[in-house]
Write a protein that binds this ligand. Structure first.
Ligand SMILES: Cc1cc2nc3c(=O)[nH]c(=O)nc-3n(C[C@H](O)[C@H](O)[C@H](O)COP(=O)(O)OP(=O)(O)OC[C@H]3O[C@@H](n4cnc5c(N)ncnc54)[C@H](O)[C@@H]3O)c2cc1C
Length: 892
């Protein structure tokens, strides 16, 4: 059916009495509402859009302040759903102005004849779910109320301006303007004394232009923001040519990217780059004038690691001081209270240089808070500033403001959304709320929304929602509602994601901190646009997981559950591995598997620097063995940790867990000696176990030579290495030494039984498979030997062993034998600390700087080692080297 015919049929609505009856009511005629209307019509639904404004455009209808522009390149900030529309419009600038963007929305509205289904100048005041009729009833302030099956709030994340918090605004006799509600016919500020309150994006965009007009401009700044030069002009050639060469590929890459703009994932980490290399990258980004470039393309750890991030902050501070002539003003403009990118940085044109103008003054509200607004101006602790005009650039009650302004929204059993969200917004996927059937939000809290190119996120949300409504209709269902389990799971996943980035370390409008009294918590989804899209798709692929569907003539369907139980970065790693289509390790033969591992490890981030790395040979059970020693940068002597690598007694060597050894060394402040013990099949059981014991004995005899602290050693290991570590403890007890003060066992192999639940639950799909464990055991140890405690330490005598820290991972075949070992140690009277890492796989905790969500576990492991060594559990952090890790650990 041609589009026009579909539209004509689907837009039929009926007014019964004073109620307009439609299939779907959409609130908002901005980017989201317009696309919703078009897509819903095409899908054959009758639709009405309610819009408070007098015309289309949403954000771009309201925000007409001087200098208003987008800060995502307009080539990317456009609709992509219709390739013909995409070709029909060409942007004149890299960052289009508000008038041009508004012209674009008018063009779109005309092209698809959208206005005839939009009720302008109408506000939705309240919404009520009628359980009997299974419809939403919407009350409006203009014209008939609405009865609809589906209620979609496309009310905008940044559409509810935040009211001023300052006493006396009403007493002010001059003119007051809000950037978010700027008069349509403009404002002439020529010759006026103007105050701008607020230095967020709107302030930073408007201040240079206001300064050009005003007799004097006084800027009242509470929190400085990072601002970068936009270098506006024609769209840059590199992006344009990529775009023009293959528009479809360009758009598709954006859809699966992290921020909704097609940039590759940067892989070089900051500590691999020299100062000069980092500066070169920074200068290039600064010159590019592209927010997403500088936020993602400097180095891989810039958004996830405090240390890597702080490097950028310093470089930007230098830039500010280079431009702003007055040192005190430059210092006040330099942000120090949040990591770069944790709050949305701004793009500017001449912002910092504006403070060199004689007619501009900066008032630092941190030093002199505003006391009051009077009839003639603004009074701070230190001065009184007479002004004719006040411009409030104080931002928005973001993400929830416009939703909560519709009050009440009453769902099933009279539940009010404001009560349900009293402790902060709860959603499933940021799109739906349990207890509120058939209610959808576009870019709601819990979706990537403001942390992305919103054009891409909005299209994804709209496509997903409308496709679901069409599928419901086609299968006879009439209601769709998130379950409490799914919603709680999403909250957990959101919390897990929030440990991935540094957003949690800043008080921002992302967290609600800009609105007094608002419950604080990170509202947008920090897991990225591409991962989010794949999760939404997975919900559908798994039979509408987490939704209850009902209909008059169909059996109710409720496929309950949590869509993501893995840690977000673990999910990404597994997804990448699946895409690589790797061979099954056990099919490669032992040498092939070793070669594979060596190649595989080349792709991981380099380990972080430690004080010194050395290597040598020590005496094993049957000849010399290589070792690698990691020494902290702090003055010694340090306690020594003897470390045994993982690899199923078949793979790996003293170098193969290098990043983890470095991490342990840095976090614990101890020497780590990684031992290259012998492997099967060349050397089968008990070679590895006996080497472990012999190596520990040798190290104990050479502590001074190694620069270690005299006294007992510590042992540690991962996987088969943890097996060797704990076997060493048993042998040391039985053979009269050496003395061991504690054992760190990470995902240990402790037994040869495969009938525990974790072997069934995690047999495949989590990298270490059941088949691979079978293979390792077969190569290492004959069935007859497997019950020997040197192979299966769980079967040995566990009394009088050193205190232990046992870490296990939820999605690991070895999980239950690790837990059982910890419990058995405790039963035998050994002090044990357990860490059961939720959402992690067998290799998570050793994948340093890849699985970021493993940071807190790694910090706890290091603390445990320090405790065993009789040191304060927390490492004294001084200097750049250690402090950032402590920040991550505390928050993780
Ligand atoms: C100055 C500024 C610059 C921005 N630049 C960018 C950028 O470069 N890139 C980017 O990705 N994002 C940017 N954004 C975010 C921007 O909000 C989104 O990109 C996008 O425009 C949001 O579209 P929307 O349709 O979801 O919401 P909006 O455009 O906010 O539209 C929501 C509409 O709903 C209406 N509404 C709300 N409540 C009711 C009600 N109860 N009854 C009736 N109508 C109601 C409002 O009047 C509004 O028109 C910017 C935001 C601002 C403020």
């Amino acid at each position: 059916m041609p589009d026009a015919a579909v539209a004509a049929r689907s837009s039929e609505t009926t007014n019964s009495g004073t109620t307009q009856q439609v299939d779907v009511a959409v609130v908002g005629a901005g980017f989201a509402g317009l696309y919703l209307l078009h897509k819903l019509r095409k899908a054959g639904f009758s639709v009405v859009v309610i819009e408070e404004a007098g015309d289309v455009g949403g954000t771009w209808y309201w925000n007409r302040y001087p200098g208003a522009r987008c800060d995502i390149q307009t080539i990317d900030y456009s609709y992509t759903f219709d390739p013909e529309l995409d070709r029909a419009w060409t942007w004149s600038e890299k960052y289009a102005t508000q008038p041009e963007i508004l012209r674009y929305f008018n063009f779109v509205a005309d092209r698809y004849d959208l206005r005839r289904d939009i009720r302008f100048d109408t506000k939705v005041k309240a919404a009520n779910w009628d359980d009997t009729r299974e419809r939403w009833q919407l009350a409006t302030d203009n014209g008939p109320s609405i009865s609809c099956r589906y209620y979609i709030m496309a009310t905008g994340c940044l559409s509810a301006p935040k009211p001023p918090e300052i006493d006396g605004v009403k007493d002010f006799k001059g003119a007051v303007y809000f950037t978010g509600r700027w008069p349509h016919d403009g404002v002439d500020l020529t010759g006026k004394r103007v105050a701008v309150i607020g230095t967020g994006s709107s302030g930073i965009q408007s201040i240079p232009l206001i300064a050009e007009q005003a007799a004097h401009l006084t800027v009242f700044q509470r929190t400085p923001n990072f601002a970068l030069p936009a270098h506006n002009g024609a769209p840059p050639d590199d992006r344009k040519s990529y775009f023009e060469t293959d528009r479809a590929a360009y758009r598709e890459q954006a859809r699966w990217s992290l921020a909704g703009v097609p940039y590759p994932q940067e892989t070089a980490v900051s500590w691999q780059l020299s100062d000069a290399e980092r500066r070169e990258r920074f200068e290039k980004a600064w010159a590019a004038g592209d927010l997403v470039h500088i936020l993602t393309q400097l180095w891989a750890d810039q958004a996830v690691d405090f240390d890597g991030n702080a490097l950028i902050g310093k470089l930007i501070h230098e830039k500010i001081h280079a431009v702003v002539k007055d040192g005190e003003t430059a210092a006040a403009l330099s942000p120090h209270d949040h990591p770069f990118g944790a709050k949305r940085p701004c793009l500017d044109t001449n912002y910092y240089a504006t403070y060199n103008r004689p007619n501009v003054t900066l008032v630092n509200l941190r030093q002199e808070p505003i006391k009051a607004i009077t009839a003639s101006g603004i009074v701070t602790d230190k001065r009184s500033v007479g002004v004719d005009v006040i411009v409030f650039a104080t931002g928005f009650d973001a993400m929830t403001g416009a939703i909560m302004a519709v009050h009440p929204i009453t769902g099933r059993a009279g539940k009010s959304l404001s009560n349900v969200w009293a402790q902060g917004p709860q959603t499933y996927l940021g799109l739906t709320v349990a207890g509120f059937p058939n209610l959808f939000m576009i870019t709601g809290p819990g979706s990537p929304s403001v942390l992305s190119n919103m054009a891409v996120s909005i299209e994804q949300h709209v496509d997903w929602v409308v496709d679901r409504l069409a599928a419901l209709r086609d299968t006879g269902f009439t209601t769709m509602e998130a379950t409490e389990t799914a919603q709680a799971g999403w909250a957990q996943h959101m919390a897990d994601c929030s440990t991935l980035t540094l957003h949690r370390l800043a008080n921002t409008w992302y967290t609600g901190a800009n609105v007094p009294g608002k419950v604080q918590g990170l509202m947008p989804y920090t897991g990225g646009v591409g991962p989010y899209r794949s999760i939404c798709n997975e919900v559908v692929g798994r039979g509408m997981l987490g939704f209850k569907l009902t209909g008059p003539n169909v059996a109710e369907q409720c496929n309950d559950g949590e869509v993501v139980r893995l840690q977000p970065d673990v999910r990404l790693v597994l997804g990448m591995l699946a895409e690589m289509n790797l061979p099954q390790i056990e099919s490669l033969g032992s040498q092939g598997a070793r070669d594979f591992l060596t190649e595989f490890n080349k792709g991981r981030p380099a380990g972080r620097p430690v004080g010194e790395v050395g290597s040598g040979a020590l005496q094993g059970a049957d000849g010399p063995l290589p070792y690698r020693l990691y020494r902290p940068a702090t003055p010694g002597p340090h306690p020594i940790v003897v470390y045994f690598h993982g690899g199923g007694w078949v793979l790996g060597d003293e170098l193969s867990d290098d990043p983890f050894c470095r991490d342990l060394c840095r976090r614990s402040g101890m020497i780590v000696v990684s031992v290259g013990y012998r492997h099967a099949p060349e050397h089968r059981f008990p070679a590895a176990a006996e080497d472990g014991y012999a190596a520990t004995s040798w190290i104990a005899d050479h502590v001074a030579e190694l620069g270690g602290r005299p006294g007992p050693l510590l042992v540690a290991g991962w996987s088969a290495g943890a097996n060797i570590a704990t076997v060493t403890c048993q042998l040391a007890r039985d053979r009269g030494g050496p003395q061991i003060a504690g054992q760190l066992l990470v995902c240990p192999v402790t037994d040869c039984r495969y009938d525990r639940q974790s072997y069934a639950d995690n047999a495949v799909g989590y990298f270490l498979t059941r088949a691979l464990m079978f293979w390792f055991w077969d190569i290492y140890c004959s069935p007859a030997d497997r019950t020997d405690p040197r192979a299966s330490p769980l079967r040995g005598n566990l009394a009088n062993l050193p205190p232990a820290f046992v870490a296990t991972c939820e999605f690991d075949p070895l999980r239950d034998e690790g837990i059982e070992y910890a419990e058995a140690l405790a039963t035998a009277g050994v002090p044990v600390e357990q860490l059961q890492a939720r959402g992690h796989i067998h290799s998570s905790l050793v994948m340093v700087d890849v699985v970021i969500t493993g940071v807190s576990a790694r910090a706890k492991m290091a603390e445990a080692l320090r405790g065993f060594a009789g040191l304060p559990r927390k490492l004294e952090t001084s200097g750049e080297d250690a402090a950032p890790i402590a920040v991550n650990a505390a928050a993780g």
